[in-house]
Ligand binder design. Sequence first.
Ligand code: NAG
Ligand code: NAG
Ligand code: NAG
Length: 394
Amino acid sequence: MITNLRSTLVEVYEEFSVKSTISGLKYTTLAQTKFGRCFWAIILLSFLGFAISLAMCSYKRYQSTSINMVIINTQYPMSMIDLPAVTLCHGGIVMMHKLISFLTSNPKRIFMPRGLTRADFENSSRYLREAIYPKNYFPDELDKLHQILSANRLTLLELFENVSANCSDFLLMCQLEGKTVPCSTLFEPVVTPNGICCAFNYENSQVSQRSNELLKRSNSARIGPHFILSLLMKSYSSEDRVASIMHGDGVKVFVHERNVYSLLEVVEFMAPAGHESVAQLTGTKLTSASNCMTGCADPGAENRYQNCYMRCWKSAVWELCGCQIMSGVPMEHGRQACDLPHIPCLARAAPRANSILKQEWQCDCLADCKSTVYGIAVATAPLNAAQYSPSPFQ
Ligand SMILES: *[C@@H]1O[C@H](CO)[C@@H](O)[C@H](O)[C@H]1NC(C)=O
Ligand SMILES: *[C@@H]1O[C@H](CO)[C@@H](O)[C@H](O)[C@H]1NC(C)=O
Ligand SMILES: *[C@@H]1O[C@H](CO)[C@@H](O)[C@H](O)[C@H]1NC(C)=O
């Protein structure tokens, strides 16, 4: 009885396997050897397992996305948008008055190697823009500067710390929600691809504890004549700007999420010297379901797409030029920072950045699951109130 049933089942299976359109199934009965039949059975089963896992994956994705689709809501109330971080980058990366005081009133005297003079130091500092935007147009001048820096065991970053306009040099008055507060309780220096800039409200900031206390709610948006942040900044004459990252005088302002420290692809505008600029903030929240096909990154700073991309570019530069570029990404100990001799290599690497990252380095940076996209509308008018433009006779 049992053997009867078994042989019937085997017959039915054999007939089905030969006629079936599932390719491969017929070899489980038609293959010459037992090993061959087993082999085909294993192949079929493993692909069946794979097909089931793919189906489950897309089912899960369907389930999650059908509840939680990409939401782009421009009607979001501003009070629910987090206050963004603001990074101010002064154009003057080498200021004459700071350069002179660095050379004259430095406790450790700057030593000039043989054949070079203070004038060489001053002249070659004019080309320090190359350290931010490497082009390798002035190799001879920067070589002189490098000789002086290395004779004094100074890094490029230490030079910038001494000769760039620092936060207290150009931030004269700061108001948070209408109250005047010391600027040092709001802004602190950060290293960015634009040199040393001043940061407000960064996630990992040392002073943000204090600025959060000052800010009653961490949410923005008061409607009416109140500004969240109001700053009075100092401008310098063009003779004072020995090297600058921009052609005019002013401050570059970047507005971004608190845990985004790479300034790539964030909103930016120029606050020109001699002008009052009013920036109106808008925000859009984006959320998307995590899905198992492509995946998206958790909101932690490490995983943010822009930070990941910057980290990837930084390690690509490390592979190409053997140095760490200035970026928002914290410096790794024991790895040399990019210095003046690396400029020719950096100049070659930079234009290839995008194709390098796409083709040679697989960055595996996932899109953000949640993000806030800020928008800025800027209005600018000349700052000609009497108190801000004293007459030459005063
Ligand atoms: C520095 O530059 C000025 C003008 O650009 C030039 O007259 C002077 O000779 C230069 N000095 C040196 C030491 O190169
Ligand atoms: C300025 O230069 C000196 C060396 O002359 C260095 O020790 C110091 O770290 C630099 N930075 C600042 C902020 O002083
Ligand atoms: C900024 O530079 C000024 C000199 O221009 C100096 O007195 C001050 O200590 C510097 N501030 C910081 C935070 O380094």
